[in-house]
Design a protein around this ligand. Structure first.
Ligand SMILES: [Zn+2]
Length: 276
């Protein structure tokens, strides 16, 4: 397993030379997780899952990346919510830096639900100018079998934030940081304060349902469940990396895409033509 930050410069170069050109970027955030989980829950778990997956299928794991989309966490102490545009630009520059260091394939492992739209937009944004890398954003549970295995383990229905599954995985990964005493008998169903509206989202949607940044029922969480769930995630990610390593279509067709876009005229004053 290779954690970027643990390698010497020479080891880093040697690993590239051996053809290790897939980088895993665990994308988390820093936010309240109910009354019982640490602020860093998402990036701690995401980084751990990436490291375990990279033991099964070699890849370099980027250091925990905890500047996520978390504007909805502003009412709670300890949240790190950079401005929306900086959050996007920071992520895009980090992707460019990973690419500049020689990685052709970057897999973003999303460990925070609130990052979903940011990450989708970021990978679309990579089409605005030619990149020497492809970005991949896997689903967290990959096959029907894995989804079933996940459901079999859990006792509660709502899984959204600091819930049974997230708390269980936290208990498996870093039990010393989980305060089940603080949870007491607390669960958090959606309050439904937007249910009178037609389907759709509003900027208040998360807050309407979960104003205490807890969504689900963590009371039945255990480390044993967490180990099973974590294995599902780790195996799924390792398998995903194995498949994209062998795939040539994405890089080849991306190159074709950039060529065609350049033929039409890709560059202007905001995106100048890169030097040849
Ligand atoms: Zn979380």
């Amino acid at each position: 397993m290779m954690q970027w930050e643990n390698l010497t410069a020479a080891e880093f170069q040697e690993s590239l030379r051996k053809g290790n050109r897939v980088c895993l970027l665990p994308a988390g955030c820093v936010e309240k997780h109910g009354p019982h989980l640490p602020l860093g829950t998402d990036y701690l778990n995401g980084h751990k899952i990436c490291c375990l997956a990279a033991e099964k299928e070699p890849a370099v794991v980027f250091p925990p990346f905890y500047f996520g989309q978390i504007q909805e966490g502003r009412p709670f102490p300890g949240t790190i919510a950079l401005s929306p545009t900086l959050t996007l630009e920071l992520l895009l520059e980090v992707l460019d830096e990973i690419g500049r260091n020689g990685f052709h394939k970057i897999v973003i492992y999303n460990a925070h639900g609130g990052n979903r739209h940011l990450l989708n937009y970021a990978i679309q944004s990579c089409l605005a100018e030619r990149k020497p890398y492809a970005v991949y954003l896997p689903e967290r549970r990959y096959t029907d079998e894995q989804r079933e295995a996940w459901k079999d383990v859990l006792e509660s229905d709502l899984h959204a934030h600091a819930c049974e599954c997230e708390t269980s995985i936290s208990l498996a990964n870093h039990p010393e940081l989980v305060k089940m005493d603080e949870l007491g008998d607390l669960k958090a169903d959606a309050l439904g304060r937007g249910d009178h509206l037609p389907p759709g989202r509003t900027s208040a949607s998360w807050y309407l349902d979960f104003p205490e940044h807890y969504a689900g029922d963590a009371r039945s969480a255990t480390a044993e469940k967490g180990e099973i769930l974590r294995d599902v995630l780790v195996d799924g990610l390792a398998e995903y990396v194995r498949i994209i390593k062998q795939d040539d279509n994405v890089p080849r067709l991306l190159a074709e895409f950039y060529n065609r876009a350049e033929d039409v005229g890709m560059y202007n004053h905001r995106t100048p033509r890169p030097p040849h």
